[in-house]
Every structure is written in structure tokens, then in C-alpha cells.
Design a protein around this ligand. Structure first.
Ligand SMILES: C[S@@+](CC[C@H](N)C(=O)[O-])C[C@H]1O[C@@H](n2cnc3c(N)ncnc32)[C@H](O)[C@@H]1O
Length: 225
């Protein structure tokens, strides 16, 4: 199996991405797939044959862009607080949380490629000189999170089993007193109650992965409900 180690994953990411800025969050550069590096289409054709998971980390999903924009514009949500960026992908929300003054950030994603992509994106932006970001590949769904004040999650309602488990867990965390914020463009498995809208953005999309040129995307607070 190739791409087993971090060095090989770094090489793969650098080869298959360009350095660009997400439209809603131009503050940061990111290693992302583009029309010139069409990684998503490659997935079904070849990546699965060589044992690679879908490259979620290669896109700044609209839900993540909306959450990142919102906390950059409302830094009081995270300033001085300990943040968990759940399902971090490329790490855009973690970058925004650090910029907004979070005390510490844990970027959690079960895909080792995401871990490598986040490290590359932090370095690209010289974003974490004080090493406030920690990375974890642990599956934390269902776990209590002692010491965490805020959970941020971009675009996690795209598959039924994951969305159901994650929303249940996030409500438990909200009941325990954590601030829980998600960004979502109305994906199929977003619950229709127990959410309070904080902001709405129209986010330009990447043609490869969405069915329209823009997505109206809402930043929601998850209620204990
Ligand atoms: C659609 S992407 C969203 C990435 C990022 N939040 C954004 O908005 O750009 C979903 C991410 O969830 C991650 N993921 C799926 N199940 C997970 C779990 N149980 N724990 C942590 N991450 C998970 C995937 O690896 C993927 O990177």
C-alpha cells in the first residue's frame, strides 16, 4: 500500500493540489484541488483502486467556509476558548479559530490525509507559531470532551449514518454546556429542528463536487433540544 506514511501523503497532496484561497475566506491560502488538478473525478477511477479514501481534505466545503467566515467576523465566539474542529478536512476552520484568538484548537479528522493536509495548510499560512493547534485522528463521536468549550463542524450531514450519530452526539455536548456550531447548505440529513440560525452566506462552489454554482449555507447553533 502506498501513501502509508506522512512523507508520501505530503508528496501526493502537493502533486495533486494548487495553492488557492476559498472564496468566502480569502484570508488563508490552502492546498486544494482545482479544475487544473481534478482530484475528485479521479477518486472513483483510480484512487479507490490504490486504497485511498475520497479526498474530502482537498476541498473547502461550503459548510466549513461558512463557519470559518462566521468566527472570523465574530471572534468572541472562540477568543480565549478551547475549540474542537470536528471533521476538520483541510483545516480551514482551525485556521480561522486560531486567527480569531482561540486559546487552543484540536483539529479532528479520521482520515490521515486530512491530518497531513492540515499540517501543510497551517505551515502555508505560518498560522500557528505558538503551536496552539493539536491534531487528532481519534473517532470522538459519542465521547464527552472535558476541557473543550466550543465545537465547530463544517458540512457533516452528507451521509445518513454519520449525520445521525454526529447530531445526537453534538446535542449531548450542547446539553453539557458546550457551544456547538455547524455549517450546512441544507444537506439531506441536516435535522429540521433543534437548530438556531446564526448567519447565512451564499458560497461559490467547486463545479466538481456541487450541483450549482453557489450554495446558500447557514451557520447553525445546535441546541440541547
Ligand atoms: C465534507 S468533509 C468536511 C471537511 C471540513 N469540515 C470542511 O467543511 O471543509 C467531511 C470530513 O469528515 C471527516 N469525518 C468523517 N467521519 C468522521 C469522524 N467520525 N470523526 C472525524 N472526522 C470524520 C472526513 O474524513 C472528512 O474530512
Amino acid at each position: 500500500m502506498i501513501h502509508r506514511d506522512d512523507v508520501a501523503r505530503r508528496a501526493f497532496i502537493l502533486e495533486h493540489t494548487a495553492t488557492i484561497r476559498a472564496p468566502l475566506v480569502p484570508e488563508f491560502q490552502l492546498h486544494l484541488a482545482t479544475e487544473i488538478t481534478p482530484l475528485w473525478q479521479a477518486t472513483e477511477n483510480s484512487l479507490s483502486q490504490i486504497g485511498l479514501p475520497p479526498p474530502y481534505w482537498a476541498f473547502a466545503w461550503v459548510g466549513g467556509q461558512a463557519v470559518a467566515r462566521h468566527i472570523l467576523d465574530h471572534p468572541e465566539l472562540v477568543a480565549g476558548r478551547t475549540v474542537l474542529d470536528f471533521a476538520a478536512g483541510c483545516g480551514l476552520i482551525s485556521l480561522a479559530a486560531i486567527r480569531a484568538g482561540a486559546k487552543a484548537v484540536t483539529a479532528v479528522d479520521i482520515d490521515p490525509f486530512a491530518q497531513t493536509a492540515i499540517a501543510l495548510n497551517l505551515a502555508l499560512n505560518a498560522a500557528d507559531p505558538n503551536e496552539r493547534v493539536r491534531m487528532s485522528a481519534e473517532d470522538m463521536v459519542g465521547h464527552l470532551l472535558p476541557g473543550v468549550d466550543v465545537v465547530l463542524a463544517g458540512d457533516v450531514c452528507y451521509e445518513r449514518p454519520m449525520a445521525e450519530a454526529v447530531i445526537l452526539w453534538l446535542r449531548t455536548l450542547a446539553r453539557a454546556g458546550l457551544t456547538v456550531i455547524i455549517g450546512d447548505p441544507g444537506r439531506s440529513y441536516l435535522p429540521c429542528s433543534g437548530l438556531t440560525a446564526l448567519a447565512r452566506y451564499v458560497v461559490p462552489t467547486v463545479a466538481d463536487v456541487e450541483d450549482s454554482a453557489t450554495k446558500a449555507t447557514t451557520v447553525w447553533r445546535v441546541e440541547a433540544g
